[in-house]
Ligand binder design. Structure first.
Ligand code: NAG
Ligand code: NAG
Length: 311
Protein backbone atom coordinates (compact mmCIF):
# COMPACT_ATOMS: atom_id res chain seq x y z
CA UNK A 1 0.00 0.00 0.00
CA UNK A 2 2.68 2.44 1.10
CA UNK A 3 4.86 1.73 -1.95
CA UNK A 4 1.94 2.44 -4.29
CA UNK A 5 1.42 5.78 -2.59
CA UNK A 6 5.14 6.52 -2.85
CA UNK A 7 5.11 5.63 -6.50
CA UNK A 8 2.19 7.90 -7.31
CA UNK A 9 3.81 10.79 -5.42
CA UNK A 10 6.98 10.19 -7.42
CA UNK A 11 5.05 10.01 -10.68
CA UNK A 12 3.20 13.24 -9.92
CA UNK A 13 6.48 14.96 -9.02
CA UNK A 14 8.13 13.81 -12.25
CA UNK A 15 5.05 14.94 -14.18
CA UNK A 16 5.30 18.45 -12.70
CA UNK A 17 9.03 18.68 -13.36
CA UNK A 18 8.44 17.78 -17.02
CA UNK A 19 5.56 20.26 -17.18
CA UNK A 20 7.76 23.00 -15.68
CA UNK A 21 10.54 22.30 -18.19
CA UNK A 22 7.94 22.34 -20.97
CA UNK A 23 6.55 25.71 -19.86
CA UNK A 24 10.02 27.20 -19.45
CA UNK A 25 11.15 26.15 -22.91
CA UNK A 26 7.89 27.32 -24.50
CA UNK A 27 8.89 30.85 -23.52
CA UNK A 28 11.92 32.68 -24.83
CA UNK A 29 14.13 34.56 -22.47
CA UNK A 30 15.74 37.91 -23.21
CA UNK A 31 18.86 39.57 -21.93
CA UNK A 32 20.54 42.97 -22.03
CA UNK A 33 23.96 43.13 -23.62
CA UNK A 34 24.52 46.76 -22.68
CA UNK A 35 27.15 46.78 -19.97
CA UNK A 36 25.73 49.72 -18.01
CA UNK A 37 22.28 48.12 -17.76
CA UNK A 38 21.22 46.91 -14.31
CA UNK A 39 20.25 43.60 -15.88
CA UNK A 40 23.39 43.09 -17.98
CA UNK A 41 23.44 39.43 -19.07
CA UNK A 42 20.64 38.55 -16.65
CA UNK A 43 18.06 36.27 -18.27
CA UNK A 44 14.46 37.37 -18.05
CA UNK A 45 11.54 35.23 -19.21
CA UNK A 46 9.08 36.58 -21.73
CA UNK A 47 5.52 37.17 -20.48
CA UNK A 48 2.90 34.51 -21.24
CA UNK A 49 1.00 36.98 -23.52
CA UNK A 50 4.02 37.19 -25.81
CA UNK A 51 6.23 34.15 -25.18
CA UNK A 52 8.46 34.68 -28.24
CA UNK A 53 10.78 37.35 -29.57
CA UNK A 54 9.83 36.22 -33.08
CA UNK A 55 6.22 35.01 -32.96
CA UNK A 56 5.23 32.40 -35.53
CA UNK A 57 2.35 34.59 -36.73
CA UNK A 58 2.85 38.18 -37.83
CA UNK A 59 -0.26 39.37 -36.00
CA UNK A 60 1.02 38.16 -32.60
CA UNK A 61 2.91 40.45 -30.28
CA UNK A 62 6.62 39.96 -29.75
CA UNK A 63 8.61 39.92 -26.52
CA UNK A 64 10.96 42.86 -25.91
CA UNK A 65 13.22 43.81 -23.05
CA UNK A 66 13.41 47.26 -21.55
CA UNK A 67 17.03 47.43 -20.38
CA UNK A 68 16.36 50.51 -18.26
CA UNK A 69 13.47 49.05 -16.29
CA UNK A 70 14.78 45.48 -16.63
CA UNK A 71 11.33 44.28 -17.64
CA UNK A 72 10.20 42.09 -20.50
CA UNK A 73 7.18 43.53 -22.32
CA UNK A 74 4.91 42.78 -25.30
CA UNK A 75 4.69 44.85 -28.46
CA UNK A 76 3.72 44.38 -32.09
CA UNK A 77 6.65 44.31 -34.50
CA UNK A 78 4.94 46.56 -37.01
CA UNK A 79 4.95 50.33 -36.50
CA UNK A 80 2.35 51.64 -34.10
CA UNK A 81 1.35 55.12 -35.27
CA UNK A 82 0.24 56.01 -31.74
CA UNK A 83 3.45 54.80 -30.13
CA UNK A 84 6.55 56.73 -29.06
CA UNK A 85 9.02 57.42 -31.84
CA UNK A 86 6.51 56.98 -34.66
CA UNK A 87 6.15 58.93 -37.90
CA UNK A 88 3.01 58.31 -39.98
CA UNK A 89 0.44 60.06 -42.18
CA UNK A 90 1.35 63.49 -43.60
CA UNK A 91 3.79 63.24 -41.42
CA UNK A 92 2.70 63.21 -37.83
CA UNK A 93 5.33 62.30 -35.25
CA UNK A 94 5.21 61.23 -31.64
CA UNK A 95 8.36 62.38 -29.90
CA UNK A 96 10.44 60.65 -27.28
CA UNK A 97 8.65 62.92 -24.80
CA UNK A 98 5.28 61.52 -25.92
CA UNK A 99 4.17 64.78 -27.53
CA UNK A 100 2.41 64.62 -30.94
CA UNK A 101 3.53 67.08 -33.60
CA UNK A 102 3.31 67.73 -37.33
CA UNK A 103 6.35 68.81 -39.29
CA UNK A 104 6.03 71.05 -42.33
CA UNK A 105 8.62 70.09 -44.88
CA UNK A 106 8.61 70.49 -48.65
CA UNK A 107 7.95 67.73 -51.13
CA UNK A 108 11.03 66.18 -52.80
CA UNK A 109 13.24 67.50 -49.99
CA UNK A 110 15.26 65.57 -47.43
CA UNK A 111 15.32 66.08 -43.67
CA UNK A 112 17.39 64.69 -40.80
CA UNK A 113 14.97 62.83 -38.54
CA UNK A 114 17.81 61.79 -36.24
CA UNK A 115 21.38 63.01 -36.20
CA UNK A 116 23.87 61.90 -33.59
CA UNK A 117 27.67 61.50 -33.49
CA UNK A 118 27.42 57.80 -34.31
CA UNK A 119 24.57 57.73 -36.83
CA UNK A 120 22.06 59.65 -38.86
CA UNK A 121 18.62 58.84 -40.25
CA UNK A 122 17.21 61.03 -43.02
CA UNK A 123 13.80 60.99 -44.65
CA UNK A 124 12.77 61.89 -48.18
CA UNK A 125 9.39 63.57 -48.46
CA UNK A 126 7.08 63.16 -51.41
CA UNK A 127 3.91 65.15 -51.78
CA UNK A 128 1.83 67.64 -53.63
CA UNK A 129 0.29 71.06 -53.27
CA UNK A 130 -3.32 71.46 -54.33
CA UNK A 131 -4.26 74.80 -55.88
CA UNK A 132 -4.64 77.69 -53.46
CA UNK A 133 -2.87 75.96 -50.61
CA UNK A 134 0.11 77.67 -49.05
CA UNK A 135 1.93 74.48 -48.04
CA UNK A 136 2.69 71.04 -49.44
CA UNK A 137 1.07 67.88 -48.17
CA UNK A 138 3.98 65.50 -47.62
CA UNK A 139 4.66 61.86 -46.76
CA UNK A 140 7.85 59.94 -45.91
CA UNK A 141 8.80 57.97 -49.03
CA UNK A 142 12.27 56.77 -48.01
CA UNK A 143 14.68 56.51 -45.11
CA UNK A 144 18.46 56.85 -45.43
CA UNK A 145 20.64 55.48 -42.63
CA UNK A 146 24.29 56.31 -42.07
CA UNK A 147 26.29 54.51 -39.41
CA UNK A 148 29.97 53.57 -39.12
CA UNK A 149 31.03 54.27 -42.69
CA UNK A 150 28.04 52.46 -44.15
CA UNK A 151 24.84 53.60 -45.78
CA UNK A 152 21.48 51.88 -46.05
CA UNK A 153 18.29 53.04 -47.74
CA UNK A 154 14.73 51.71 -47.75
CA UNK A 155 12.15 53.16 -50.12
CA UNK A 156 8.50 52.82 -51.00
CA UNK A 157 8.20 52.21 -54.74
CA UNK A 158 6.05 54.60 -56.70
CA UNK A 159 2.89 52.88 -57.97
CA UNK A 160 -0.24 53.98 -59.74
CA UNK A 161 -2.66 51.75 -57.87
CA UNK A 162 -2.11 49.88 -54.66
CA UNK A 163 -2.00 46.08 -54.70
CA UNK A 164 -1.60 44.73 -51.17
CA UNK A 165 -0.31 41.35 -52.38
CA UNK A 166 2.69 42.95 -54.10
CA UNK A 167 5.84 44.07 -52.33
CA UNK A 168 6.50 47.82 -52.65
CA UNK A 169 9.86 48.02 -50.87
CA UNK A 170 13.34 48.48 -52.30
CA UNK A 171 16.72 48.57 -50.55
CA UNK A 172 20.33 49.58 -51.02
CA UNK A 173 23.40 48.92 -48.91
CA UNK A 174 26.48 51.07 -49.56
CA UNK A 175 24.90 52.21 -52.81
CA UNK A 176 24.10 48.74 -54.19
CA UNK A 177 20.53 47.53 -54.40
CA UNK A 178 19.66 44.05 -53.19
CA UNK A 179 16.63 41.78 -52.86
CA UNK A 180 14.97 40.37 -49.78
CA UNK A 181 12.99 37.19 -50.38
CA UNK A 182 9.26 37.59 -49.74
CA UNK A 183 7.81 35.79 -46.73
CA UNK A 184 7.21 36.42 -43.06
CA UNK A 185 10.52 36.33 -41.09
CA UNK A 186 12.60 36.27 -44.27
CA UNK A 187 15.80 38.06 -43.32
CA UNK A 188 19.07 39.51 -44.51
CA UNK A 189 22.10 40.59 -42.52
CA UNK A 190 25.30 42.37 -43.43
CA UNK A 191 28.48 40.29 -43.28
CA UNK A 192 29.67 42.06 -40.15
CA UNK A 193 26.22 41.65 -38.48
CA UNK A 194 25.86 45.40 -37.87
CA UNK A 195 22.64 45.46 -39.88
CA UNK A 196 19.73 43.02 -39.78
CA UNK A 197 16.61 43.34 -41.93
CA UNK A 198 13.68 41.08 -41.33
CA UNK A 199 10.21 40.96 -42.85
CA UNK A 200 7.41 41.23 -40.30
CA UNK A 201 4.76 40.40 -42.93
CA UNK A 202 5.04 38.45 -46.19
CA UNK A 203 5.41 41.78 -48.00
CA UNK A 204 5.53 45.52 -47.20
CA UNK A 205 6.63 45.38 -43.53
CA UNK A 206 10.13 45.23 -42.07
CA UNK A 207 12.13 45.43 -38.90
CA UNK A 208 15.55 47.01 -39.42
CA UNK A 209 18.05 46.56 -36.61
CA UNK A 210 21.28 48.55 -36.49
CA UNK A 211 23.22 46.64 -33.88
CA UNK A 212 23.28 48.50 -30.56
CA UNK A 213 21.95 51.68 -32.17
CA UNK A 214 18.31 51.46 -33.22
CA UNK A 215 15.39 49.29 -34.22
CA UNK A 216 13.21 50.69 -36.96
CA UNK A 217 9.90 49.15 -37.93
CA UNK A 218 8.59 50.13 -41.32
CA UNK A 219 5.38 49.48 -43.28
CA UNK A 220 4.48 50.73 -46.76
CA UNK A 221 0.96 52.03 -47.22
CA UNK A 222 -0.84 54.03 -49.91
CA UNK A 223 -2.84 57.20 -49.47
CA UNK A 224 -6.32 55.69 -49.57
CA UNK A 225 -9.32 57.20 -51.36
CA UNK A 226 -10.89 57.74 -47.97
CA UNK A 227 -7.86 59.71 -46.64
CA UNK A 228 -7.85 61.66 -49.87
CA UNK A 229 -11.49 62.67 -49.40
CA UNK A 230 -11.23 63.48 -45.71
CA UNK A 231 -8.10 65.62 -46.03
CA UNK A 232 -8.66 67.02 -49.52
CA UNK A 233 -5.23 65.95 -50.76
CA UNK A 234 -6.38 65.79 -54.41
CA UNK A 235 -4.26 62.72 -55.15
CA UNK A 236 -3.81 62.27 -58.91
CA UNK A 237 -5.06 59.15 -60.71
CA UNK A 238 -1.55 57.99 -61.69
CA UNK A 239 0.09 57.86 -58.23
CA UNK A 240 -1.23 56.50 -54.92
CA UNK A 241 1.67 58.14 -53.04
CA UNK A 242 2.87 54.91 -51.45
CA UNK A 243 4.79 55.97 -48.34
CA UNK A 244 6.30 54.67 -45.13
CA UNK A 245 4.89 54.41 -41.66
CA UNK A 246 7.83 54.19 -39.28
CA UNK A 247 8.54 53.68 -35.62
CA UNK A 248 11.95 54.01 -34.01
CA UNK A 249 13.29 52.47 -30.86
CA UNK A 250 16.72 53.83 -29.96
CA UNK A 251 19.15 51.59 -28.15
CA UNK A 252 22.11 53.94 -27.97
CA UNK A 253 21.81 57.67 -28.61
CA UNK A 254 23.61 60.53 -26.92
CA UNK A 255 22.09 63.32 -24.85
CA UNK A 256 22.97 65.78 -27.64
CA UNK A 257 21.00 63.94 -30.33
CA UNK A 258 19.49 66.21 -33.00
CA UNK A 259 16.95 65.93 -35.81
CA UNK A 260 13.25 66.56 -36.31
CA UNK A 261 12.43 63.55 -34.13
CA UNK A 262 15.82 62.98 -32.47
CA UNK A 263 15.82 66.22 -30.48
CA UNK A 264 12.68 65.13 -28.63
CA UNK A 265 14.83 62.42 -27.00
CA UNK A 266 17.21 64.92 -25.40
CA UNK A 267 16.87 65.08 -21.63
CA UNK A 268 16.89 68.90 -21.86
CA UNK A 269 14.35 69.10 -24.71
CA UNK A 270 11.57 71.59 -24.12
CA UNK A 271 8.75 71.04 -26.58
CA UNK A 272 7.62 74.12 -28.48
CA UNK A 273 4.38 72.33 -29.34
CA UNK A 274 1.33 74.34 -28.38
CA UNK A 275 -0.75 72.12 -26.14
CA UNK A 276 -4.44 71.84 -26.88
CA UNK A 277 -4.01 72.77 -30.55
CA UNK A 278 -5.60 70.26 -32.92
CA UNK A 279 -2.64 70.04 -35.31
CA UNK A 280 0.45 71.30 -33.48
CA UNK A 281 3.16 72.11 -36.00
CA UNK A 282 6.83 72.39 -35.16
CA UNK A 283 9.28 74.25 -37.35
CA UNK A 284 12.92 73.64 -38.02
CA UNK A 285 12.74 72.70 -41.71
CA UNK A 286 15.67 75.06 -42.41
CA UNK A 287 17.80 73.55 -39.63
CA UNK A 288 17.27 69.93 -40.61
CA UNK A 289 17.18 70.03 -44.42
CA UNK A 290 19.90 67.93 -46.08
CA UNK A 291 20.90 67.96 -49.75
CA UNK A 292 20.19 64.25 -50.28
CA UNK A 293 18.90 61.10 -48.63
CA UNK A 294 22.43 60.17 -47.59
CA UNK A 295 24.08 63.42 -46.64
CA UNK A 296 24.59 64.88 -43.19
CA UNK A 297 24.98 68.51 -44.18
CA UNK A 298 22.06 70.11 -42.34
CA UNK A 299 22.73 73.11 -40.10
CA UNK A 300 22.29 71.16 -36.86
CA UNK A 301 23.52 67.77 -38.08
CA UNK A 302 26.00 66.07 -35.73
CA UNK A 303 26.96 63.06 -37.81
CA UNK A 304 30.12 63.12 -39.85
CA UNK A 305 31.17 59.92 -41.65
CA UNK A 306 34.86 60.94 -41.75
CA UNK A 307 34.88 61.51 -37.98
CA UNK A 308 33.40 58.06 -37.40
CA UNK A 309 35.98 56.53 -39.75
CA UNK A 310 38.85 58.25 -37.87
CA UNK A 311 37.55 57.14 -34.50
C1 NAG B 1 -8.30 79.22 -56.17
O1 NAG B 1 -8.56 80.59 -55.92
C2 NAG B 1 -9.08 81.28 -57.01
C3 NAG B 1 -9.18 82.77 -56.64
O2 NAG B 1 -9.62 82.95 -55.33
C4 NAG B 1 -10.46 80.70 -57.36
O3 NAG B 1 -11.04 81.37 -58.47
C5 NAG B 1 -10.30 79.21 -57.69
O4 NAG B 1 -11.56 78.61 -57.91
C6 NAG B 1 -9.61 78.49 -56.54
N1 NAG B 1 -9.30 77.12 -56.92
C7 NAG B 1 -9.62 76.06 -56.17
C8 NAG B 1 -9.25 74.71 -56.70
O5 NAG B 1 -10.17 76.16 -55.07
C1 NAG C 1 -2.03 42.08 -57.53
O1 NAG C 1 -0.81 41.42 -57.78
C2 NAG C 1 -0.94 40.03 -57.95
C3 NAG C 1 0.45 39.41 -58.05
O2 NAG C 1 1.46 40.33 -58.14
C4 NAG C 1 -1.78 39.75 -59.18
O3 NAG C 1 -1.93 38.37 -59.36
C5 NAG C 1 -3.14 40.39 -59.00
O4 NAG C 1 -3.92 40.25 -60.17
C6 NAG C 1 -3.00 41.88 -58.68
N1 NAG C 1 -4.31 42.44 -58.33
C7 NAG C 1 -4.80 43.52 -58.91
C8 NAG C 1 -6.11 43.98 -58.42
O5 NAG C 1 -4.19 44.13 -59.77
Amino acid sequence: MKSIEMRSVLLITVYFIILAIGVASAQDSVTCVRRYSKCFLKRLHCPAECPHTKPSKSKNKACYLDCNKCEAFCRGRKPSCNGLGSGCYDPRFIGGDGVVFYFNGKRDNHYALVSDRSMQINARFIGLRPQNRTRDFTWIQALGLMFDSRTFTVEAKRVKTWNETTDHLSFTLDGTSFQLREGYLSKWNSEDDTLLIERTERVNSLMITVNGVAEISVTVVPVTEQDDKIHGYNIPKDDCFAHLEVQFRFLGISQEVEGVLGRTYRPDYVSTVKRGVEMPVVGGADKYETTSLLSSDCKLCLFSPSQVANA
